[in-house]
Design a protein around this ligand. Structure first.
Ligand code: A3P
Length: 279
């Protein structure tokens, strides 16, 4: 049913290209595929919102639950970043069917005419996760404090720009694109059913196991531990940090929460969201 066996043709430049262009706005972890209908859905994720998780899920769906590609090929090679692909020719070299990842704004995949899966996450948890990621990523400025970082996050002056603009941008395209919206929180509830991929129950169970937080945390092909220390300072923590819903509650003060809620209402008040996060 899902003849995605072209893993050997996937390309990517494993190291040294993980620093996104700081001039780009927030993007989405976008996984795109042109093969069978069930995976024609799009996948977009603002940074720190489930990109890596979706890469893993789609890898397993592509391989019909065969974990070998996910255990032997780094995720940046299985699902290359669109930001790192500089020409149409290079894009074609990624093979077909292809799985790509991006944090680029909505208009890019539209221009490419590809289906997209958009993964969104409660922005409070995004802010916390992204804050911790700044400690790891040597290519991002050291955040002086969570409070200072949160202010930047709300102002949209962090890497990739405004979370609000990014999400609204993609939501605004929903009637024009072949796009599937998924939330990080939904992935926690129902990992495998959201794409409706016709996999056998045993295969689905294997997929769920492989894509669990603990399995991915221990998979060097997914957890970014292969990235050299000049790019990621692994002594500061793990990329696969906690992987839970609602960790913001252990970081936000009541004042920060009130500030965030005000800003969220200003930005997103009239926006029809695919799901309402616990704010
Ligand atoms: P935390 O920092 O809250 O732990 P992205 O890949 O878009 O940068 O998102 C990173 C976040 O996704 C991190 O969140 C990471 O732990 C979480 N994540 C990655 N794989 C996961 C999984 N299998 N289950 C739950 N969370 C996962």
């Amino acid at each position: 049913p899902c003849p995605h066996t072209a893993l050997g043709t996937w390309h990517g430049d494993p190291l040294g290209k993980l620093s996104p262009d700081p001039t780009q706005p927030w993007g989405a972890g976008a996984m795109m595929c042109r093969a069978t209908p069930w995976c024609h859905g799009p996948a977009l994720t603002p940074t720190s919102a489930g990109t890596t998780w979706m890469q893993e899920i789609l890898t397993l769906l592509f391989s019909l639950g065969d974990a070998r590609p996910a255990k032997t090929i780094p995720n940046w090679e299985r699902a290359p970043w669109l930001e790192q692909i500089y020409s149409r020719e290079a894009l074609q070299n990624t093979g077909s069917p292809r799985l790509l990842t991006t944090h680029l704004p909505a208009r890019v995949p539209r221009a490419l005419g590809v289906p997209v899966i958009y993964v969104a996450r409660n922005p409070k948890d995004v802010a916390v996760s992204f804050y911790h990621f700044h400690h790891l990523a040597k290519f991002l400025p050291d955040p002086s404090s969570f409070d200072a970082f949160l202010t930047q996050f709300l102002e949209g002056t962090v890497h990739y720009g405004s979370w609000f603009d990014h999400v609204k941008g993609w939501l605004g395209q929903r009637h024009l694109l072949d796009i599937l919206y998924v939330t990080y929180e939904e992935l926690h509830q129902r990992l495998s059913s959201f794409l409706g991929c016709p996999l056998a129950p045993g295969t689905l169970a294997a997929l769920e196991q492989h894509c669990s937080f603990s399995a991915m945390r221990d998979n060097a092909m997914a957890n970014y531990s292969l990235i050299p220390a000049e790019i990621m300072d692994h002594s500061q923590g793990r990329f696969m940090r906690k992987g839970v819903v609602g960790d913001w509650r252990s970081h936000f003060s009541p004042e920060q929460n009130a500030l965030f809620n005000r800003r969220y209402q200003e930005e997103m008040g009239d926006t029809e969201l695919p799901s309402q996060w616990p704010m």
